[in-house]
Ligand binder design. Structure first.
Ligand code: TYM
Length: 336
């Protein structure tokens, strides 16, 4: 008898093209995408429609969208294995978002902490898109019936909302959407700012020294790590509660070298911050340099990059169309 083939489980994730990608995004999400893509039916998108919830210069947004796609590949996403696409090339995302918006409660969306943070950051532009953003994110995920969504810690609340919306739709109409699970790594889910290690490393931090970008030069990486804020202690010990700065550098060292935290503590017994920071800087340089050079080569061939994204978009769209057709039918939109 032929063995019955189980369809592979589905993962979907995305990043905003608002800046170059950071080592935080790599550690929290991209690293897992690369690892999981071989086991799962994987879709990765560059979420340009999310990006315009904050003012963008059109030419820069266009450029950054391609930058981010090239960086996905430079980090190890294989477009022959995974579906790689740009959100705006699949109009079904915003179409599904509207249906979900009509199921989402104003109160539950108001509770999203990212909305509160971003509206404080961009007080001059608290637009409706910024508010409904998490519902568009839910649409991104539900459109493909993703089982798993590999993200960093800051997306947990959005995933919870996505699950609630999926369950609500399934309850009001009939079972349609897979209720997705977040996939948040145990280590690296929240890489902290190098300058204010109590807060998350962010691609939009006004202080460039706070963030390592995957496009940074060796000299920039070394200098940022050297200047990273640590506490007044002297030993290299992991304490994420009280010694954020050192713990953060240890996490980066762990991810870029593969050494365990215990091994790192052992390696630096009797040594001070200066030696430790130097080692961390070198480890990050050794990790990023090949990613950066692959990125430069991929980014230089824009025609191939665009063709890859077009192909990914077509594939994603075929799948998205099927889900949306089902959703429209169940919602009561007449099929003509
Ligand atoms: P974005 O673009 O802010 O970040 C992309 C991913 O990187 C993770 N991340 C971090 N992880 C660890 N430490 C950090 N300092 C750090 N900074 C960012 C984020 O958790 C995220 O996984 N709303 C999403 C994009 C999105 C999406 C989706 C994600 C839109 N639709 C559908 C998954 C599925 C966002 O703004 O991520």
């Amino acid at each position: 008898m032929e063995p019955t083939q189980q369809p592979r489980k589905i993962i979907l994730s995305g990043m905003q093209p608002t800046n170059n990608l950071t080592i935080g995004q790599y550690c929290g999400a991209l690293r897992n995408w690369v690892e999981l893509q071989h086991q799962y039916d994987s879709l990765f998108c560059v979420v340009d429609q999310h990006a315009i919830t904050v003012r963008q210069e059109p030419a820069k947004l266009r450029k950054r969208t391609l930058d981010v796609a090239a960086m996905y590949m430079a980090a190890g996403i294989d477009p022959d294995v995974s579906t790689l696409f740009v959100q705006s090339s699949v109009p079904e995302h915003t179409q599904l978002a509207w249906v979900l918006e009509c199921l989402a409660g104003f109160g539950e969306v108001s509770r999203m902490t990212q909305f509160k943070d971003k509206s404080a950051q961009h007080a001059d532009n608290v637009n409706v898109g910024l508010f409904t953003y998490p519902v568009l994110m839910a649409a991104d995920i539900l459109l493909y019936n993703a089982d798993l969504v590999p993200v960093g810690e800051d997306q947990r609340q959005h995933l919870e909302l996505t699950r609630n919306l999926a369950e609500r739709f399934n309850f009001h109409y009939s079972p349609t959407f897979t209720v997705p699970e977040p996939y948040i790594p145990k280590v690296g889910a929240k890489i902290m700012s190098l300058q204010e290690p109590e807060k998350k490393m962010s691609k939009s931090d006004a202080n460039e020294k706070a963030t390592i970008f995957l496009t940074d030069s060796d000299a920039e990486i070394r200098s940022k790590i050297k200047r990273a804020v640590t506490d007044s202690g002297t030993d290299i010990r992991f304490d994420a509660e009280r010694r954020h700065g050192v713990a953060n550098l240890m996490t980066l060292y762990h991810i870029t070298t593969g050494a365990s935290i215990a091994e790192i503590e052992q390696e630096f017994v009797g040594l001070g911050y200066a030696e430790f920071k130097e080692a961390v800087g070198e480890a990050i340089v050794a990790f990023i340099a090949p990613v950066r050079s692959r990125y430069e080569a991929l980014r230089a061939d824009e025609d191939t990059l665009k063709a890859t994204l077009r192909r990914g978009g077509e594939h994603a769209r075929d799948r998205a169309r099927k889900t949306l057709r089902k959703v429209y039918k169940k919602t009561g939109f007449v099929e003509l």
